[in-house]
Design a protein around this ligand. Structure first.
Ligand SMILES: [Zn+2]
Length: 169
């Protein structure tokens, strides 16, 4: 599946909740995991809006082979802060140090088991989940910066025009 990149309006929409936990949602989870894994560089998280589907659905693979598919995620509480480098499949080659909560308590629907789950996440997993929840609310990690020079670029990366325009405002 195609990953939509910075500047596409679907990335700025607040996604709607998943209502029907049917076979289609399970298929979508599978496709999203495949898309995340086959992207270059391989992704560790993907939100449905990134493939053009404005639904509160996300997949995570914080350790190889250990995947999560979460619908309608909700952060119940969060504590402390962590700063680390972050990137996004929708803004390829662009990285920055982003401050996130260290630990979160999350509630979400598991679309495979069709049940509500609640768990604690810390560190890298917590960071990925917070990044993906931002996508469901139309927020991109570059929104946390007001200066283009705070972004790091990998080789041969050009900053998307739409991102340059945003910083120019
Ligand atoms: Zn992202």
């Amino acid at each position: 599946m195609k990953i939509y990149t910075y500047g596409h309006p679907v990335l700025r929409k607040k996604a709607r909740s998943v209502q029907n936990f049917d076979i289609e949602i399970r298929k979508l989870c599978k496709k999203m995991i495949e898309t995340m894994r086959s992207s270059t560089p391989r992704g560790v998280g993907l939100a449905a809006p990134q493939i053009g589907i404005s639904l509160r659905l996300m997949v995570v693979e914080h350790e190889p082979g250990n995947t999560l598919c979460l619908a309608n995620p909700e952060i119940l509480s969060s504590s402390n802060g962590q700063i680390d480098q972050e990137g996004c499949l929708s803004i390829p080659g662009v990285y920055a140090n982003v401050k996130r909560a260290e630990t979160i308590i999350l509630r979400a629907m598991d679309p495979i088991k069709k049940e509500s789950i609640e768990f604690k996440a810390s560190g890298f997993l917590s960071r990925i989940i917070q990044h993906e929840i931002d996508h469901l609310n139309g927020i991109l990690f570059t929104d946390y910066f007001d200066d283009l020079s705070l972004l790091e670029l990998s080789d041969n990366t050009t900053i998307p025009e739409a991102l340059i325009r945003r910083f120019a405002k």
